[in-house]
Design a protein around this ligand. Structure first.
Ligand SMILES: Nc1nc2c(c(=O)[nH]1)N[C@H]1C(S)=C(S)[C@@H](COP(=O)(O)OP(=O)(O)OC[C@H]3O[C@@H](n4cnc5c(=O)[nH]c(N)nc54)[C@H](O)[C@@H]3O)O[C@H]1N2
Ligand SMILES: Nc1nc2c(c(=O)[nH]1)N[C@H]1C(S)=C(S)[C@@H](COP(=O)(O)OP(=O)(O)OC[C@H]3O[C@@H](n4cnc5c(=O)[nH]c(N)nc54)[C@H](O)[C@@H]3O)O[C@H]1N2
Ligand SMILES: [Mo]
Length: 597
């Protein structure tokens, strides 16, 4: 039996068991508290349905790995080099290549395409972003699923939600919303206001957790004052809800054990940090931190508590607005920026100007097509690694299951560069793996994050504990200003031919970001006068894409939904970063539509 873990970028990070020689047959581990023995279709896809890059390439010509690696060495002798790393493999060894970048005085990236805005909002309130253990979620009475599409992106959490009252807050009637006790189908980008309004009503009816607040968040009266600066009637209208609905929600969250499961969906906006800070502030008013069965579960800092041997001090540029063309050599490792970054037209033009674009990955994609040098990677069954998780405290050693037919691991890639440049200081692969594991808490043969606490924040907030929770006290946006988006152009013969829609870009059940299965559809409400199956042109101030129409009554009439895995989608999305947290703002855009043919 060989044990390993799934390296795909997901909350669940499941344990995998492979019988000796039985690969590609794999199974889950029934004793795994997270995966409970089940494995998802994406993991199976990653083994069975993908075409791997088998051969290295230079200038479009297939070459041996040695030849391609000498082209890489030459490329890194240029004056300026950048490493842009994606999240194709979540193993910690992905970062070993930082050590080489430091040696050549190269550049890395900062900021995030994923959870960075929300993470910053959490740090503002709590000081550290600790994971809420799944075992606490299991003890809740009510779970509020807030901008997370659990059945698609986090399916292994479902057993922990069984038998609970469920409130879903999502502009889309998701599968979970259909089963929930309440679904608040709010307008996109209004979660900050919703959290403020709920806090305000809790104060108004005097059901805040005063004992807890006195001890852990004593500025709560200032926060009450802040919530009162928000006018109730226009804001409820703007959110798309009313007092009656919010009264129902309060019945499920007042004086109960409540967990908020917050997803990436609420924070793909310039204001994403404030949204998480406001949601945490609401949780504090309810006294949900540091207690059994309560808390806020978001994408947590999986490296919290570790001393990371791959932490380096390098120059860095934005991960979201990366100026690729300012570098002679760009290494894209484990990512597909030509498709996954916002504003693809800008990104692709910039990538095309790079003298030496190196793509180091598993599959052909929009980035590999543009690369001068292509290096095939090994997948996570073909190398050893350590898997941390942003969704839970369990840590798995990823053991090698099979020998790769081709490709090179990140460690071997880095080691070859160290040798070619005559650098020293790289330890053995084994030494790094051991150093990560040695830092874990080990309980009955199970590894846990060094930062794991059964009930996080029970000693207060901040890095050392003992600090108080800091409430949100300002907001860099004005909901009235956001109306600049809502320019509706006149319709011909009462038919709406051109309106400005919100663009929702959630994850797809069939793909993992841009991997495996790409999509070509746009979801739209059936009552808008369009025809299913026809082609719709979507345009924003950044670009255009043409997609096939699918009717979807889970959407409000002013929203379009295009899965994040759709080719061409990010031509529409903006080159801006969030006000705080240096995050991409994929949904901070409105689009016009036009039916073709
Ligand atoms: N199958 C599959 N699973 C995945 C991935 C994948 O590509 N495919 N990707 C993985 C990765 S990288 C990540 S980061 C996670 C992300 O997983 P999630 O946190 O679930 O994020 P999303 O799927 O982007 O969006 C979640 C929900 O947010 C809703 N939403 C959109 N805008 C708003 C809003 O303004 N307010 C509110 N309240 N809700 C809103 C969407 O309708 C959607 O239901 O999933 C991981 N798991
Ligand atoms: N519009 C819109 N865009 C989005 C999002 C959205 O919600 N909406 N979501 C964003 C989010 S949350 C994320 S996390 C990003 C993800 O965006 P990226 O980080 O670019 O991830 P992927 O598109 O999945 O590309 C991963 C690539 O990694 C390679 N790979 C896999 N395993 C390995 C390995 O072991 N070694 C190496 N060297 N390569 C490997 C594969 O070839 C694959 O093509 O996308 C973002 N883009
Ligand atoms: Mo992500």
């Amino acid at each position: 039996m060989i044990e390993t873990a799934c390296g795909l970028d997901c909350y669940d990070a499941c344990k995998i068991i492979v019988e000796e020689e039985a690969f590609p047959k794999i199974s889950g581990d029934k004793t795994d508290p997270v995966g409970n023995g089940a494995l998802c279709s994406l993991l199976h896809k990653s083994i069975h349905d993908t075409e791997r890059i088998e051969k290295a390439r230079v200038d479009g010509k297939e070459v041996s790995l040695d030849e391609a690696m000498s082209a890489v060495v030459t490329a890194f002798k240029e004056t300026s080099s950048l490493l842009w790393r994606g999240s194709g493999n979540m193993g910690v060894m992905q970062e070993v290549s930082n050590l080489f970048m430091q040696k050549i005085d190269g550049t890395l990236t900062h900021g995030s395409l994923c959870d960075g805005a929300g993470n910053t909002g959490i740090l503002e309130g709590r000081g550290v972003n600790k994971v809420l253990p799944l075992e606490q979620i299991a003890k809740a009475e009510t779970v509020v699923v807030w901008g997370r599409n659990v059945t698609v992106t986090n399916a292994h959490i479902l057993p922990f939600l069984e038998g609970k009252d469920i409130v879903v807050i999502d502009p889309v009637k998701t599968a979970m919303a259909k089963k929930a006790n309440i679904h608040l189908q709010i307008q996109p980008r209004t979660d900050y206001y919703l959290a403020i309004m709920l806090s305000r009503f809790i104060y108004m009816e005097d059901t805040q957790d005063t004992d807890w607040l006195e001890e852990f968040a004593s500025e709560y009266e200032d926060y009450y004052d802040f919530t009162q600066e928000h006018r109730i009637k226009p804001i409820l209208e703007y959110i798309g809800t009313d007092l009656g609905q919010l009264g129902h929600v309060l019945n499920y969250i007042r004086k109960k054990k409540v967990v908020f499961l917050v997803g990436a969906g609420v924070q793909k906006y310039s204001t994403g940090a404030s949204t998480l800070h406001a949601i945490d502030s609401l949780a504090s008013v309810l006294g949900l931190f540091g207690k059994e069965g309560c808390g806020v579960h978001y994408l947590s800092d999986s490296k919290l508590g570790f001393d990371n041997p791959f932490d380096v001090s390098c120059k860095s540029v934005s991960k979201v607005l990366t100026p690729f063309d300012e570098f002679d050599t760009v290494l894209v490792q484990g990512g597909n920026p030509a498709s996954s970054m916002p504003d693809s037209n800008r990104v692709c033009a910039s990538l095309e100007k790079v003298k030496n674009l190196i793509y180091f990955g598993l599959y052909e994609n929009e980035t590999s097509k543009r690369a001068k040098i292509v290096i095939p990677a090994k997948n996570f069954f073909e190398k050893q690694d350590i898997r941390l998780s942003f969704g839970h405290q369990y840590i798995h050693k990823m053991n090698k299951v099979i020998d790769a037919k081709s490709g090179i691991s990140e460690y071997d890639f880095t080691q070859r560069l160290f040798v070619a440049f005559g650098f020293d200081g790289l330890q053995s692969e084994e030494a790094y793996i051991t150093s990560w594991l040695a830092q874990c808490q080990e309980v009955d043969g199970v590894y846990l994050s060094p930062a794991y606490e059964a009930v996080p924040y029970s000693d207060g907030f901040g890095k050392e504990g003992g600090d108080e929770f800091e409430f949100i006290e300002d907001y860099d946006d004005d909901f009235i200003n956001t109306k600049r988006f809502n320019k509706v152009r006149t319709s011909k013969k009462n038919q709406i031919i051109d309106e400005r829609f919100h663009l929702l870009t959630p994850k797809s059940s069939k793909g993992l970001n841009t991997q495996f299965k790409q999509d070509n559809k746009v979801h739209i409400h059936p009552d808008l006068g369009y025809t299913q199956g026809k082609i719709l042109r979507l345009s924003s101030e950044y670009g255009q894409v043409e997609l096939e129409i699918v009717f979807d009554d889970a959407l409000a009439k002013n929203c379009l939904l295009v899965h994040a895995s759709t080719v061409g989608l990010n031509a529409l999305t903006p080159s801006i970063v969030s006000i705080e947290g240096e995050n991409a703002c994929f949904q901070e855009v409105k689009v016009e539509i036009e039916s073709l043919a």
